[in-house]
Design a protein around this ligand. Sequence first.
Ligand code: ADP
Ligand code: MG
Length: 140
Amino acid sequence: MATQRTFSIIKPDATRRNLTGAINAKIEEAGLRIVGQKRIHMTKAQAEAFYAVHAERPFYNDLVSFMISGPVVVQVLEGENAVAAYRQVMGATNPADADEGTIRKAFAESIEANSVHGSDSDENAGIEINHFFTEDEIVG
Ligand code: ADP
Ligand code: MG
C-alpha cells in the first residue's frame, strides 16, 4: 500500500485535559507524520455537517454538542496505509473494547468523549481533509 493521507481530530475531551502532545506522540510513534495541524473551535454547522452521516442516530445531538464544547485540533496524517494505520492506533470506538496501547484505551473518557476521530476510508479521508484544509496548509 502506498503513502496515504488520513484526517484526524483531537476531540474536546482531550484538548480540555491538555493531551494534544501525548496523542501526537502516539501518532508519531506509529510511524504517521503530522503534515497539517490547526486548533479550531468548530461551529455548530460545521459539526452537524461533519457528522451528517450519523444524523438519524440517537446520540447525534449530544455528539454535536460535545464536539463544539471546546477547541479541537484538526490534523492531516501521512504514512503507509495511513487510514488503517491510524484506525489501529486510535482503538475501538468504545474505550471499554479498545486494545492496550491505543489512544482510546489510554485516554478516552467514554464511548462519546473518546478523544480522537479518524477517517474510515480513503474516500472519506479526502472529503474530510478538504473540509478543513487548503492544499497549502498541508506540508509533507
Ligand atoms: P468512530 O469514531 O470509531 O469511527 P463512529 O463513526 O461509529 O465511530 O461514531 C462517530 C462518533 O460518534 C464516535 O467517535 C463517538 O464520539 C460517537 N458515538 C458513536 N457511538 C456512540 C454511542 N453509542 N453513544 C454516544 N456516542 C457515540
Ligand atoms: Mg467514524
